[in-house]
Write a protein that binds this ligand. Structure first.
Ligand code: OAD
Length: 256
């Protein structure tokens, strides 16, 4: 009998187009906390205090303090074997689109590191929830490179050089819409892939969690890698219980 990992590897190898959807679990072994599991951020912090437009309007200093802490935290982390294997697979095969809900920048770092002197573009992720490593103006929406944030008082918070409004991290907050063009790119990749590999997401936050259903609707298959069961488990043809860094390199490591 062929085991689930071998079947998954064969499907990924044979696919002419593949999409990968990742969540916080793919970065857990890099030391980045997840949101909902043991030690998860939403166990310790309340999203309504820190991750909504209302929270930012009420207390931008507190919101920035939290995001500055998270920036420092991810700055001290490095891509793990799962990020690296996905980046190398995307570069090698040219048939993979990586879509991530993560804002930690680790897929992009892995892509640049794997590409070396070559062009990393095909391995760069579509970041549907934005990036912790980019700023956005709360007034005119202009995006910019992240500045060092001094969150000691309202007066020291960073401001837009064009319009003077407060800068904010360029992440999607609760109650906000995802960027339409970013979501359209992710949806198009999911809707045309033969295989959707889902790694390390609780699959509770939509529309990102619905992307694998687009692959299913188009006749493709869904493969899930997660130590726990999720709402996607019943949708997935193959569900592998294990961690990202242990399973993903095995699935895509030598695959074209
Ligand atoms: P969650 O924290 O909800 O889920 C993390 C998932 O990773 C769980 O299903 C865990 O079982 C799994 N997991 C834990 N360790 C793992 C490991 N080593 N390898 C593989 N899987 C592991 O994180 P997300 O699903 O990413 O949104 O959360 C979705 C969104 O909710 C986030 O993007 C964020 C949050 O609110 C925004 O900030 C907009």
């Amino acid at each position: 009998m062929i085991d689930a990992a071998t079947r998954a590897r064969d499907l990924l190898h044979d696919a002419s187009a593949a999409v990968v959807l990742t969540g916080a679990g793919v970065s857990a072994e890099s030391g980045v906390p997840t949101f909902r599991g043991p030690g998860g951020l939403w166990k310790e912090f309340r999203p309504e205090d820190l991750a909504t437009p209302e929270a930012f309007a009420r207390d931008p200093r507190l919101v920035w303090e939290w995001y500055a802490w998270r920036r420092t935290l991810v700055g001290a982390c490095a891509p793990n074997a799962a990020h690296r294997a996905l980046a190398e697979w995307a570069l090698r095969s040219g048939k993979v689109t990586i879509v991530t809900q993560n804002v930690d920048g680790l897929h992009a770092r892995a892509a640049r590191e794997a590409a070396g002197e070559a062009d990393p573009t095909v391995a760069l992720p579509i970041e549907v929830h934005g990036s912790l490593l980019r700023d956005r103006c709360s007034g005119c929406d202009a995006r910019s490179e992240p500045v060092t944030v001094d969150a000691t008082s309202l007066a020291t918070l960073p401001r837009c050089v064009r319009c003077g409004a407060l800068l904010r991290p360029d992440v999607v907050w609760f109650g906000e819409m995802l960027d339409e063009s970013v979501l359209a790119r992710a949806g198009a990749a999911a809707a045309t892939a033969d295989v959707c590999l889902v790694v390390g997401t609780s699959a509770l936050v939509h529309p990102a969690a619905s992307l694998p259903l687009r692959t299913r609707a188009h006749g493709g298959v869904v493969i899930e890698v997660n130590p726990e069961e999720t709402p996607l488990t019943r949708v997935a043809e193959i569900s592998i219980r294990g961690t990202a860094a242990e399973i993903v390199p095995m699935l895509v490591g030598l695959t074209a």
